[in-house]
Design a protein. Structure first.
Length: 457
């Protein structure tokens, strides 16, 4: 959306605030958020005013403010749209609303209200029902990780897990995988909360905690529906993971999500759910850890020079790439940063792309897990076998000009398999025009050669 159209929409929103036209204010806010590709609308009361912010490409942006005197009417309007109790202001409420845009796009709004000391806060999550599901390549999987995931999807049974924080694209990755598996000869069931994207060919069911229809009970019911493939929205407890393991052992392919910080830490999380190591290694095929980073605006990105500290981190990460993973590295060693232009709203970024850390279970890893090896040793062996860390995946995308190192280290920590780990993001140099003394062909960072001992097992 260009700057002129954005300014026009904001002006319409401000005019509805001045006129006190509450229905128009709410609809303008939703329409503007959809046009800006926002995932969430935040309406937040403070001491003196009400602030409206949109989450665009994972980052909150302030849009407008309005006075306290019209906030109760705004809250009531949103509650009416989502079938919530208007007169209940003491407890949080959750609801859903359905809207159709001017270009006939169907949108589902998940509404949450929260009482605060300054009034009720509202968050509306925007989900497009008719959204096209991206392919795994479009999501950002490197060629080596993509090949490993395709191999895992071809297995007749086992468990594939995606992990990452809320809003990191885990469910979208699972939908992209199901899109590959969705064939007339297989029966695919999903247990979700809620069903975010409706797909033809899938039997999708939504949980209802108020009637004890949970992921665990839904998964048990799914096993009686003659399934070939089951997708469970999230593994939260021992009962759900136990049922998922049972489903895998009885010949089903199970896909699900879990909340951990990395692929290797997922193993520890599952073991802490009282799962014996021999069952974990017999059922888990692949673990995917992922994050989303903002994509650089290709119209205004600018080459940058990075500082020595960041260069050392990048060089070390490149030096620990396995021979297979090193094939994803582009030949040039040039990094870019954001500048800002009319096309990207003077932000420097537009859209998002995924960073993926994909660990495929192998016999050496199985032996280490059964022997209760520490996570650092498991991480080292997984990397030697070809696993890209989130940091390495980000560096590859930064070298391809898709994102900036600043974005990479915003979501990924620097990993050292020698034990000297750090979570501190290195400062990134501001965009600058390369000096005439530096040839454009001159690499910004000279990577070390991969260690000869790093070979696939």
């Amino acid at each position: 959306m260009n700057q002129v159209a954005t300014t026009s929409r904001v002006q319409e929103l401000q005019n509805s605030i001045i006129a006190g036209n509450i229905p128009q204010l709410v609809m303008n806010a939703i329409a503007h958020a959809i046009e800006m590709r926002s995932s969430d609308i935040h309406i937040e009361p403070s001491k003196n005013t009400i602030r409206m912010r949109y989450r665009v490409d994972g980052v909150l942006r302030r849009i407008v403010e309005y006075p306290h005197n019209i906030h109760p009417a705004v809250v009531s309007r949103v509650k009416i749209m989502s079938n919530l109790k208007i007169d209940e202001q003491r407890i949080p409420q959750d609801g859903r609303a359905h809207v159709t845009t001017e270009d006939n796009r169907e949108m589902d709004l998940r509404v949450s209200t929260l009482p605060t000391i300054n009034g009720e806060k509202i968050v509306m999550r925007i989900q497009e029902e008719s959204k096209n599901i991206p392919t795994l390549e479009e999501l950002g999987l490197e060629s080596s990780s993509f090949a490993n995931l395709r191999n895992a999807l071809e297995l007749p049974n086992g468990i594939i897990l995606t992990t990452g924080p809320t809003g990191s694209g885990k469910t979208t990755t699972l939908y992209a995988a199901l899109n590959i598996l969705n064939k007339p000869e297989v029966n695919i069931l999903t247990i979700e909360d809620p069903v975010e994207i409706q797909m033809d060919g899938l039997n999708q069911s939504q949980t209802h905690s108020e009637i004890d229809y949970t992921f665990a009970s839904g998964l048990r019911t799914a096993l009686r529906q003659d399934p070939d493939i089951i997708m469970v929205g999230e593994i939260r407890d021992e009962e759900t993971v136990g049922t998922a393991i049972e489903a895998s052992l009885t010949g089903h392919l199970v896909l699900s999500t879990i909340h951990t910080n990395s692929a290797v830490e997922t193993i520890t999380r599952i073991l802490n759910m009282s799962v014996p190591p021999f069952l974990l290694t017999a059922t888990i095929n692949t673990i995917i850890s992922q994050r989303l980073v903002r994509k650089l605006c290709q119209n205004c990105k600018q080459e940058i020079q990075i500082d020595p500290t960041t260069a050392d981190m990048v060089n070390y990460s490149i030096s620990t790439l396995s021979p297979n993973a090193a094939g994803d590295l582009p030949p040039e060693r040039t990094f870019y940063g954001p500048t800002g232009c009319e096309q990207c709203g003077n932000i420097g970024y537009i859209g998002r792309v995924g960073l993926y850390e994909l660990m495929t279970m192998s016999n050496p890893l199985r032996r280490m897990i059964i022997d209760r090896a520490n996570t650092l040793d498991i991480q080292r062996v997984a990397m030697e076998e070809g696993m890209l860390t989130l940091e390495q995946s980000g560096i590859i995308k930064a070298l391809k000009g898709l994102t900036s190192l600043e974005e990479v280290y915003r979501v990924a920590r620097h990993i050292r398999v020698d034990g000297n780990d750090t979570t501190v993001a290195a400062p990134i140099a501001a965009p600058q025009t390369p000096s005439s003394e530096t040839s454009p062909e001159q690499p910004s960072v000279q990577p070390e050669q991969p260690e000869p001992s790093q070979e696939n097992n």
